[in-house]
Write a protein that binds this ligand. Structure first.
Ligand code: PMP
Length: 381
């Protein structure tokens, strides 16, 4: 073990030398778009609790109720004894919410992507895989060792060109993209992606982690009502104020995943208290139209203010607004200065984002006020 410990220490020393050393710090989400850290209350610009539901009493109550009713743990994987009425009820509600024939729960968004992609590829060995250059790390985890044709971010002409050149002879074609990109806060043109997928007979899977609850009719996401999106994946860990993930799809795909997706088959079913919180969020989210409008107005205000101060906001058109700084050290220094001024805005650096594009990733919550946005802009001035 001695020599392995030395290897670990060397790896950490290299990370430290690159200025990429990171540590875990306790923080406490609070109502009103606030977060507690080091005994202080800060304006929170770094969480993904977009609708403020993580502190909503209805979610906490129902989590407790479902824990009492169904138990705190599911007890087994879904195909053994882990499926109870709560799982089936939530899956039916998600399918209805997303407007798809079926839905399947996963332990987390990471796990869903990392598990579903290999299962899909296993059904068509030798398939051609096309991915947007900015898809999330969890999709890359699901594509480990797979040759990818990566198209320039949101550049559908490039995708069309790659499909024409590389997809024809393959037994199947897969396109993986997101509807809202987590670090840039920009949107994909989902109908155009779906049209392209249909034209090339490609299977299209879209990650709606950051759109679920926030965009689309009643917060149902940008894939809602778009024909030709075969699988929609999303999380409950962001606007739904809870945890876990779903894949919404056809009954055929659902049945296939239940029988062929290892990350589904061999993992314990999500715990009932978490499902209770999701159930409560499903009661609230479709009607949160005013909150969604407020969130969009805050994001407009922030983008306008950032542009006036010379910041590139990377094409953001959602509640995620990056302020591109560029150099890592300068981004860290800016983040530290904001913390002193009472604002938590974490610096996002490579490898999470490309080198030279370090940024403050500003994520708004519907519980923020215009004054909160103005306080941030003032602190940046
Ligand atoms: N997809 C995207 C686009 C994400 O941003 C994230 C979370 N950072 C995930 C998937 C993973 O979801 P979860 O946090 O629920 O594991």
């Amino acid at each position: 073990m001695g020599s392995f410990d030395e290897r670990l220490a060397d790896a950490l020393a290299a990370i430290r030398q690159r200025g990429r050393w990171r540590t875990l710090r306790a923080a406490q989400l609070a109502p009103g778009g606030r977060i507690g850290q080091d005994g202080r209350g800060l304006i929170d610009l770094s969480s993904n609790d977009y609708l403020g539901l993580a502190c909503h009493p209805l979610l906490a109550e129902r989590a407790a109720d479902w824990g009492h009713a169904y138990g705190t743990g599911a007890g087994a994987s879904r195909l053994v004894t882990g499926t109870n009425a709560a799982h089936l009820a939530i899956e039916a509600r998600i399918a209805a919410f997303k407007g798809t024939p079926a839905a399947l729960l996963f332990a987390s968004g990471w796990q869903a992507n990392a598990a579903v992609l290999p299962a899909l590829l296993a059904a068509a060995p030798g398939a051609a895989v096309f991915t947007d250059r900015l898809v999330h790390a969890s999709m890359h985890a699901g594509l480990a060792g797979v040759r990818q044709h990566r198209f320039r971010h949101n550049d559908l002409a490039h995708l069309a060109d790659l499909l024409a050149r590389h997809g024809r002879a393959a037994p199947a074609r897969f396109i993986f993209a997101e509807s809202v990109y987590s670090m840039d806060g920009d949107r994909a043109d989902v109908p155009a992606l779906a049209e392209l997928a249909r034209a090339h007979d490609a299977v299209l899977m879209i990650d709606e982690a950051h759109a679920t609850g926030v965009l689309g009719p009643g917060g149902a996401g940008l894939c809602h009502g778009v024909a030709g999106v075969d699988l929609v994946m999303g999380t409950f860990s962001k606007a739904f104020g809870s945890f876990g993930a779903y894949v919404a799809c056809s009954e055929l795909l659902r049945d296939y995943l239940v029988n062929a997706c290892s990350g589904f088959i061999f993992s314990t079913a999500p715990p009932p208290p978490v499902l209770g919180a999701i159930d409560a969020a499903l009661d609230l989210v479709p009607a949160m139209t005013a909150e969604r409008a407020h969130l969009a107005a805050l994001a407009d205000r922030l983008r306008t203010g950032l542009a006036a101060r010379g910041y590139d906001t990377a094409g953001s058109s959602t509640q995620i607004v990056p302020a591109i700084v560029g150099a890592e050290a300068a981004t860290l220094a800016l983040s530290a200065r904001l913390a002193e001024a009472g604002l938590l805005a974490a610096a996002i650096r490579p490898p999470t984002v490309p080198a030279g594009t370090s940024r403050l990733r500003l994520a708004l919550r519907a519980t923020h006020s215009a004054d909160d946005v103005d306080a941030l802009l003032e602190a940046l001035a």
